[in-house]
Design a protein around this ligand. Structure first.
Ligand code: ACO
Length: 372
């Protein structure tokens, strides 16, 4: 068979299309790692910059190196003035922080003198990766604040503070307590990277053209915004709202499945066991407590039972998005900021993949088969 006749499976499912040293998802075993380090253990340690350093720069730093990395990334956190104007317009016109960041990225890149990856040295690419990933949470929070008529870019309350605490303060407007900072850090670390998911692949395809870092991240954001990928958590909360009380779970879930709708926060393209991120976040949710968690645990139990009847032989379990929604809501993150908060973490994964892809000057260019 010639190369042009080779047919890939639908959705490219299971097809190996690249090599990576960033991490791996072992779907059958229900675990995943970042550069050989168990991701759930890293998440339990709740030091976001340590995990960020590992994924992007390639080594697990000691306490001193982590502190230096925290200061380095905090220094590029607040974007230049041109971005402030975009945020004001985006907040008024788009009312969607994810789209606001997508709009602001080319301006941020231009203000930094950003150039195509193809023309940059490895050190310059790394600078771009860290600068864009560090500014993203502030821009997302600024879009949210501007929509509410608040100062979009208040000065940092604590210099060189970690990303999680700074982000929480900006989004909620409150002083975050340690329990909440640890919970958000665990979530962010657990979602930095996860194999060749749709948004990571999108970012890598763009990187393979030699485009600039901001374009790669903007493409990743577009993929992440879809309800089958990063857009599920707010819909999971909508489902819990619609249910209201435990006695209404079963009729609600049956109704959704009978109507042919998917249960948001359930199923996964790779895991055929429970999603390890969902297990971690269930634990975190139970630690945080609150009125929602009991209903969520019961919803999971009933939904998994009914999914097993609905698709016998297909392992459909709770995924990261379901308990992420519950945890983030308890951390004070509003519903419209759930997918943007996912982006805060996943942008770091994309930048690592973009750096890796950019080292190989081979454009990704598959073929299609014409059907009349
Ligand atoms: N509810 C009901 N049925 C489901 C669900 C669900 N949540 N998930 C899968 N199924 C069904 C599908 O309809 C599919 O049947 P079909 O082929 O006749 O359409 C069957 O189970 C098998 O699906 P899979 O091959 O296991 O799933 P796929 O790889 O196509 O999709 C996905 C994975 C997109 C996550 C899917 O499970 C889904 O839509 N879940 C709901 C949305 C969601 O929670 N997204 C977040 C995913 S996690 C993340 O992106 C970070």
């Amino acid at each position: 068979m010639s190369i042009t006749e080779a047919r890939a499976p639908r959705g490219l499912a299971g097809l190996v299309v690249t090599e990576t040293a960033i991490g791996d998802v072992l779907g059958a075993e229900g675990r995943y790692h970042y550069r050989g380090h168990d991701a759930i253990e890293l998440a339990r340690a709740a030091d976001f910059e340590r995990a960020w350093h590992l994924v992007v720069l390639g080594g697990l730093p000691d306490a001193d190196a982590t502190a230096r990395f925290r200061a380095r990334t905090a220094a590029t956190r607040v974007p230049p003035p041109a971005v402030r104007e975009v945020v004001a317009t985006a907040a008024a016109e788009l009312r969607d922080p994810l789209r606001g960041l997508q709009t602001a990225l080319p301006v941020l890149s231009a203000a930094r003198g950003g150039r195509p990856l193809y023309d940059l040295t490895e050190d310059e690419r790394v600078e771009e990766a860290l600068a864009i990933a560090s500014a993203a949470p502030v821009i997302l929070a600024a879009c949210h604040r501007a929509e509410r008529g608040l100062d979009p870019f208040p000065p940092a309350a604590v210099p060189a503070e970690g990303t999680a605490a700074d982000y929480l303060r900006r989004v909620t407007g409150r002083e975050p307590d340690d329990t909440v900072v640890r919970a958000l850090s665990a979530y962010l670390i657990a979602t930095i990277d996860h194999g060749l998911n749709a948004s990571t692949f999108a970012a890598r395809v763009i990187a393979s053209t030699g485009a600039d870092m901001a374009s790669c991240v903007a493409g990743g954001l577009g993929a992440l915004s879809g309800p089958l990928h990063g857009g599920a958590p707010s819909r999971a909360l909508d489902a819990l709202d619609a249910v209201g009380t435990p006695d209404r779970i079963e009729p609600f879930v049956r109704g959704e499945l009978t109507a042919g709708r998917r249960l948001m926060g359930f199923g996964h393209a790779v895991y055929r066991t429970a999603d390890p991120r969902a297990r971690l976040l269930r634990e975190v949710a139970l630690e945080l407590g609150g009125p929602r968690v009991g209903l969520a645990v019961e919803y999971e139990r009933i939904a998994e039972r009914l999914l097993a009847q609905h698709r016998p032989g297909r392992e459909l379990h709770v995924n990261v998005e379901f308990y992420a929604a519950v945890v983030l809501e308890r951390c004070g993150i509003p519903r419209e900021m759930l997918t943007p908060t996912f982006a805060v973490a996943r942008i770091i994964g994309w930048t690592a993949h973009v750096l890796e892809q950019a080292r190989d000057p081979k454009i990704i260019r598959p073929s299609s088969r014409y059907v009349a």
